[in-house]
Design a protein around this ligand. Structure first.
Ligand SMILES: [Zn+2]
Length: 218
């Protein structure tokens, strides 16, 4: 899953409007943000296999340090401690933990059975929705839109300032990225190019999310 992960960030932002959307964006993708550099270093492994599934060209061979359920818990706890280090209250820091954890369960829906529980040991899990291109794209869009709408309605109800145009731009950029990835971009030429474009995308989206929380008069 790619853009759909941000649905969890929006949902959790709705639960705690004062929690930074930027940190939530980083938390929901944290294990992917760690995975790509580790793959470049050869610590974890993915192979580019054109049309490995209808929706993805990645064979995720070995990623126990970022994508086993136990590892995701540990990274979630690191994010909790990070939040506490930033003087967040306990509730907000736990929501960051949940944001990290959400990644595994959303990946579970779409990945082929490649997600381990601990280490790299079988059994591995994944319901394989990526084999069905339109349903998996539709699910990502449905998650994203429902998460965003929930978040906006909660912010409004709590009388938090909402910059309408910022939300529209953020939604447009995320949807555009999802469409590009699903239907337009060619098969990545190398793991390096895939990793760099993924990390640039995560940085761009997180930057936009931090911007959402800057006081606005619109
Ligand atoms: Zn992932």
């Amino acid at each position: 899953m790619f853009i759909g992960h941000y649905a969890a960030a929006f949902y959790l932002k709705g639960r705690a409007p004062r929690l930074s959307l930027g940190w939530l964006f980083i938390a929901v993708q944290l294990v992917d943000i760690l995975f790509f550099p580790l793959a470049l270093l050869g610590v974890e492994r993915l192979r580019i296999v054109p049309y490995f599934t209808a929706s993805s060209h990645m064979d995720l061979e070995y990623y126990p340090y970022t994508h086993s359920l136990v590892a995701v818990w540990i990274w979630g706890l690191c994010m909790y401690l990070f939040g506490r280090g930033l003087k967040m209250n306990g509730k907000m820091a736990w929501l960051l933990f949940l944001a990290v954890l959400s990644h595994w369960f959303l990946d579970l829906i779409v990945h082929t059975p490649d997600l381990p529980i601990v280490g790299d040991r079988p059994p591995k899990f994944g319901f394989g929705l990526w084999h069905h291109k339109l349903p998996s794209f539709g699910l990502e869009m449905l998650l994203l839109m429902s998460g965003m709408l929930y978040c906006v309605s909660r912010l409004k109800a709590g009388h938090h300032l909402i910059g309408k145009y910022r939300w529209i731009v953020l939604a447009a950029v995320l949807v555009l990225a999802a469409v590009l990835q699903a239907f337009i971009l060619p098969v990545p030429t190398s793991v390096q190019s895939l990793a760099i474009s993924a990390l640039l995308s995560y940085s761009l989206f997180a930057g936009m999310a931090f911007f959402m929380d800057i006081r606005q008069e619109i």
